[in-house]
Design a protein around this ligand. Structure first.
Ligand code: AMP
Ligand code: MG
Length: 416
């Protein structure tokens, strides 16, 4: 079968070339703001953060047990020590620890200066105030040293970094309560098309519900983005142009869906050409060939295809990396796996395809992938069932059962 899309007069841009162009065209937003730590999840640091304190701050016990000085102890023989008191987490032992003495100590409790050994409570026998330690008790163990995690002045989080839950814990452990983060990226998105009907309205003949705005608002959920849903614009050149120009004044990025192709009512690329500049249009991928990337003034513009499946694929592979770069977050590559395909996949050469699949891993750790169903760019149900893309290279002419294919996870998906 011939892919008519590969019969273009102008060669289509490869996805790698498109990503390179996006990378060159985009700089991280300037400007930062202060946020309290609990509001910093998912935000991008605008400077490195160093620790104002040693972590741990005090020498403390890593176990519940008994602490003592190993001086003068012959650990090859059983020995006994007198209980001189207790050190609790938050309530240190105040006295002096003398030779021949030990204290009861709990995890996280401060060690007396003289102590250099903590022995687990399960390894001793307590008889009143006398604690019996067995032969071959291990000395100088179970102690957390001052600054063994991070020294005072040491690096907590490098710049740039998008903060995750672990980072919040790390920063909190150093007592950091406020941070400077990059300002959010301001994003506006529209749907375009005369056929689009809002949810809650009855569907007239020829009309469809506008699903793309719901997909996009989900895909755009990120602490780094301030997102505005601009609704639907009809296939009207003047309306589209006015809306784009107005939005470009107030946002860093405009994302539209629909009207990006070559149909009679596809005006997006033409308008971008007229009121801004087109960097590229049309990429050699399937789904998602018609994608207009450019600028209106200083506002970046992504005119995505209308087909719901193409919207998701182009968002994940082209828009998401661009937005990430704008937010100041470090770039990343998708995790690539190799899986054995258990279904036959049709494919014509000419474009790199992102077919939707279900990835599983067997008890030996081997990966298998099967089609998640019909692959049309209007078919959302098979996308909803899928957890991965089978990434079939440009020259691939189809996949047979047993062939190895490259697989990448759909955003937030898990292997089953
Ligand atoms: P277009 O690129 O405007 O020619 O649209 C391609 C296909 O996607 C058509 O079948 C449209 O009806 C459909 N489509 C466009 N926009 C949306 C939307 N917001 N939600 C669901 N389907 C859409
Ligand atoms: Mg349309």
């Amino acid at each position: 079968m011939i892919d008519l899309c590969s019969q273009e007069s102008n060669p289509l841009l490869s996805i790698d070339a498109a990503l390179e162009r996006i990378k060159t065209a985009i700089n991280p937003v300037e400007g930062s703001e202060k946020v309290v730590l609990k509001n910093a999840l998912g935000r991008v640091l605008s400077e490195a953060v160093y620790s104002p304190i040693n972590i741990p701050h005090d020498r403390n016990a890593a176990m519940d047990g008994y602490a003592f000085s190993s001086r003068d102890i012959n650990h090859e023989q059983p020995f006994t020590l007198d209980l001189a008191g207790t050190s609790w987490a938050g309530r240190p032992f105040k006295g002096q620890l003398l030779p021949g003495q030990c204290i009861r100590i709990f995890t996280g409790a401060v060690l007396p200066n003289q102590a250099d050994s903590v022995v687990m409570q399960e390894h001793v026998l307590a008889k009143g105030q006398t604690i019996h330690f067995p032969a071959n008790t291990r000395l100088r163990q179970n102690i957390r040293e001052v600054g063994e995690d991070i020294k005072q002045g040491g690096l907590l989080c490098a710049y740039p970094k998008k903060l995750n839950a672990i980072d919040l814990g790390l920063l909190a452990s150093a007592g950091i309560y406020e941070l400077t983060v990059k300002r959010t990226v301001k994003i506006a998105f529209f749907s375009t098309g005369d056929e689009l009907t809002a949810l809650g309205q009855p569907l007239a003949s020829g009309q469809i519900y506008d699903s793309n705005r719901y997909t996009l608002s989900g895909l755009l959920t990120d602490a780094c983005y301030s997102v505005t849903d601009m609704g639907v614009i009809a296939d009207n050149k003047q309306l589209l142009e006015d809306s784009f120009i107005e939005a470009a004044k107030n946002y860093d990025v405009i994302i539209t869906t629909g009207g990006a192709s070559v149909g009679e009512a596809d005006y997006v690329k033409e308008i971008l050409d007229r009121c801004g500049e087109v960097n590229f249009w049309k990429i050699a991928i399937k789904p998602g060939k018609p994608l207009a990337f450019g600028k209106i003034g200083v506002c970046h513009f992504f005119g995505l295809p209308g087909n719901p499946v193409a919207v998701i694929v182009t968002f994940q592979y082209l828009v998401a990396p661009a937005l990430k770069q704008l937010s100041g977050a470090p770039g990343s590559k998708p995790l690539q796996l190799t899986a054995t395909c258990t279904t036959t996949q049709k494919k014509s050469p000419g474009r790199q395809e992102y077919q939707r699949g279900i990835l599983t891993q067997d008890q030996h750790g081997e990966f298998f992938v099967a089609s998640s169903g019909k692959q049309g760019s209007n078919i959302l149900s098979s996308f909803s069932r899928a957890n991965c893309y089978m990434v079939l290279p440009t020259e691939c002419k189809g996949v047979q059962v047993g062939d190895k294919v490259r697989v990448e996870l759909i955003r937030d998906a898990e292997i089953i």
